[in-house]
Design a protein around this ligand. Structure first.
Ligand SMILES: [Zn+2]
Ligand SMILES: [Zn+2]
Length: 300
């Protein structure tokens, strides 16, 4: 065999060997990446774990009870007339201890009913954006907390806590200066993650707060969005919905309310973004369940 032919064969074999090694390396990498993508974002949940949210029908107001693995978080309490309802609901379900209460902001249609909950259940931690506010709803919330020896905790963006296998993370408000113009923009915005599903609560945050949240770079993506401010045109702007990418929306709103909520414009936007928009004025109490991968909705 000529030396030149031998050299050509050797070079050819070397190229083949290099290519083979490259392929093995590439495929091993792809395989590992595929393997990790299967488990990434799917935190293991205990076999007996469960998660549900009752979006209560409290007319023109907000109130929701998040339950996970026997732990309870009440987010808002409707207006003062809902005190009796919350008292009766918690008592009927044997709930005498709440892991947390989040009062999104001090307005009466969110803070009003919390006093009723505090008369039947103790609370470990109560969150609100302010520690005092000059209305009867908030002062009575503070009063019943004080009777339990508790004070309001004002959370900062990024603060989080566990609720069984779920995690709640405060995302806003990021700019309390906006509150000088409008208390709705003090609304605590919190995302609850359970497995690979997530639930965003926005209080009455208006567009200014929504935009400040988007600009903050917070991860707003959520499976279910509790629509801000009862579906008012002052909220649910396109930039915010782009960041949240909600699959489902829940609007807590009173039938024939004086404000004309929910307004046409945000409703159309929400229907464009979401697979379904659920409304308490149409369905009454809404129950949302998650198995960590998918969510289901039903009445009650
Ligand atoms: Zn409200
Ligand atoms: Zn409000």
């Amino acid at each position: 065999m000529k030396r030149r032919t031998l050299r050509t064969i050797l070079v050819f074999l070397l190229v083949v060997a290099l290519l083979a090694a490259g392929y093995v390396f590439l495929f091993r990498n792809l395989w590992q990446r595929w393997q990790s993508s299967r488990t990434e974002g799917f935190p293991e949940l205990p076999a007996d774990s469960y998660f549900e949210i009752h979006y209560f029908d409290v007319g023109e107001g907000d109130a929701a009870l998040v339950t996970c693995d026997g732990h309870y978080l009440l987010i808002d309490g409707g207006d003062p007339s809902c005190s009796r309802f919350l008292y009766a609901y918690l008592e009927a379900h044997g709930i005498d201890r709440l892991d947390g209460i989040i009062c999104s902001h001090a307005h009466a249609d969110h803070a009003g009913g919390l006093a009723g909950a505090l008369q039947v259940a103790t609370v470990d931690v109560a969150y609100a954006p302010v520690t005092a506010y000059d209305n009867r709803s908030f002062t009575s919330f503070v009063k019943y907390l004080a009777q339990q020896g508790k004070q309001i905790t004002v959370p900062a963006p990024g603060d989080s806590f566990s609720l069984g296998s779920a995690t709640a993370t405060f995302l806003g408000p990021v700019d309390m200066d906006l509150a000088l113009e409008n208390e709705n923009n003090t609304s605590l915005v919190v995302r609850i993650d359970y497995g690979n599903t997530s639930f965003l609560f926005t209080g009455d945050a208006e567009i200014a707060e929504e935009l400040s949240l988007v600009e903050s770079g917070a991860d707003l993506r959520s499976t279910v969005l509790k629509v801000a401010h009862h579906g008012s045109y002052t909220s649910s702007c396109r930039d915010f919905l782009d960041a949240v990418e909600p699959e489902y929306a829940v609007i807590s709103v009173g039938a024939d309310n004086a404000y004309g909520h929910p307004h046409e414009e945000p409703l159309e936007r929400l229907e464009e973004y979401c697979r379904a928009v659920y409304r308490t004025d149409q369905m009454g109490q809404i129950l949302c369940r998650s198995d960590g991968k998918t969510v289901t909705f039903s009445c009650g």
